[in-house]
Design a protein around this ligand. Structure first.
Ligand SMILES: [Zn+2]
Length: 486
């Protein structure tokens, strides 16, 4: 992004992805969202004396998947550490996390910075580590009762923290980076990505420096951004705030800022802790985590094709524009739907047009995902084939499609039952054509005097009389035969 400001933003993101395991990271409690408060809790996730944590193997496997997908290094040996702090929603008094030896290091995330160009941005990763989530505090907003309620259901839910290098240079790129991460996590099937439920959260470190400088300025940490839009807006506001301070010759304080969605402003929360304040030390209840190379290899072999690679393949294999390919690969399910359609109807561009307009429109209207869409991809392929071979007109196809959405029936059944097939029969069409010519002698004269544009008028009249079922190409041929004859 080009900007006139003499200052350049330096942004790093810390993403917290909730892993989609059924049970928590160190105990058997359920991770289901929206349960009654404090109903998913046991001595382990509350840290009661004598309770011992047992590591969830699936959470580790999910972490390995992401590390491999972003080209990072899986540590053969990593260590769980206690991060000590006091907060009402953390009954243990510490959070189990990873500190100096995380499970993953390095790797990068690449994304296209503008859908209509091929310009790619790559952001390096510092580390990926496993940790447990804390509970939730619900502050009462009633001025007469300012009590706070605590829900510990989220204590011990597995999280992956993914820390990027400070290589992001604009709020827009920060949002695109997060969207790409969201997409990768979903393709890997390890996180629902539901930001409203807090399954994907993001904090940002941001500073500014004179454009071209290599020295880092004092950074602030930005929290409480709950959507891709919020990330972009909050960073813009914070960068604006820092720029004004620097212009006025003031110093930027290292502090944590909270984004307020309602007022679209940022407010300081508390001064930033140094990591030494947390008194990290290895958790004596957990052995170091050992990961064998054969485990890593088997996870590597099971990785799905990732979004960027799949978009590139779809564009090349089916001859569709990059833009179409990126829309169609937005989710793994949509890309599957497209490929199952093209398996039946091989014109990739026509299939892509139909899915991007008609199918996505209905998904939006009904607020559903493609996995709940009632029209099966092979049925959509059959519908497109019936248009292509002239069985039905493009206009009739839209009506047939609407009925497929409502009934879930095959296009063949709907075409037969509803009589949607085009009339291509010469004798029948001949009668329709003759009638229109008889009724419009003036236009016939106009045509014969050299104004051939009235042909479209005749075609329209025949189509109307046939209630849209006549084959327009055949009508046109029959009209010309008659009009050009005398
Ligand atoms: Zn538990």
């Amino acid at each position: 992004m080009k900007s006139d400001s003499p200052y350049e933003p330096v942004i790093g993101l810390e993403v917290h992805a909730q892993l989609a395991t059924r049970s928590k990271i160190f105990c058997g409690c359920s991770t289901t969202f929206g349960a009654d408060p404090n109903s998913h809790a046991c001595p382990v996730c509350l840290g009661l004396p004598g309770a011992l944590p047992v590591l969830n193997r699936e959470a580790v496997e999910f972490a390995i998947r992401l590390i491999l997908a972003v080209g990072g290094q899986v540590s053969e040996r990593s260590v769980f550490a206690r991060k000590n702090y006091f907060y009402p929603d953390l009954p243990k008094g510490y959070q189990i996390s990873q500190f100096d030896v995380p499970i993953g290091q390095g790797g990068s995330v690449e994304f296209v910075c503008d859908l209509h160009s091929a310009h790619k941005v790559q952001v390096g990763l510092i580390r990926i580590h496993l940790e447990e989530d804390a509970g939730k505090s619900l502050h009462n907003e009633d001025p007469a009762d300012d009590s706070t309620l605590v829900d510990v259901n989220r204590c011990g839910v597995p999280l992956l923290e993914i820390v990027s290098k400070p290589e992001i240079r604009s709020p827009r790129d920060a949002s695109l980076y997060l969207q790409q991460m969201h997409q990768i996590l979903q393709y890997l099937g390890i996180c629902t990505g539901n930001m409203e439920e807090g399954a994907l959260r993001c904090d940002a470190n941001v500073s500014i420096r004179p454009a071209g400088s290599t020295v880092l300025g004092t950074r602030t940490e930005l929290k409480n951004m709950n959507s891709f839009r919020a990330v972009e807006r909050a960073l813009s506001v914070e960068i604006g705030r820092q720029t004004e301070l620097v212009r006025d010759g003031q110093l930027i304080r290292q502090e944590t800022m909270l984004w307020d969605e309602k007022s679209q402003t940022v407010h300081p929360m508390r001064s930033k802790e140094e990591s030494s304040d947390y008194r990290y030390f290895p958790d004596p209840d957990l052995l170091p985590l050992q990961i064998s190379s054969s485990w890593v290899d088997s996870v590597r072999a099971s990785l799905p094709e990732l979004p960027m690679a799949r978009a590139a393949r779809l564009a090349a294999q089916y001859g569709i524009p990059d833009y179409d390919a990126s829309v169609l690969t937005e989710t793994r399910e949509l890309a599957d739907y497209y490929e199952q359609t093209v398996a039946v109807f091989t014109d990739g561009k026509k299939a892509s047009n139909w899915i991007m307009t008609e199918v996505l429109r209905i998904l939006k209207e009904k607020s559903i995902g493609i996995s709940s869409f009632p029209v099966r991809p092979e049925h959509l392929g059959q519908l497109l084939a019936t248009v292509s071979d002239g069985t039905i007109s493009g206009t009739a196809a839209k009506t047939v499609f609407e009925q497929m959405v409502v009934t879930g029936k095959s296009p063949k059944d709907i075409v037969t039952e509803g009589g949607f097939a085009q009339i291509s029969d010469g004798t029948m069409l001949g009668h329709l054509v003759d009638r229109v010519l008889d009724e419009n002698q003036d236009q016939v004269a106009t045509y014969r005097s050299g104004n051939q544009r009235v042909l479209a008028f005749f075609v329209g009249q025949v189509m109307k009389n046939s209630k849209g079922k006549a084959n327009p190409q055949r009508i046109s041929e029959l009209l010309k035969e008659r009009l050009d004859r005398s």
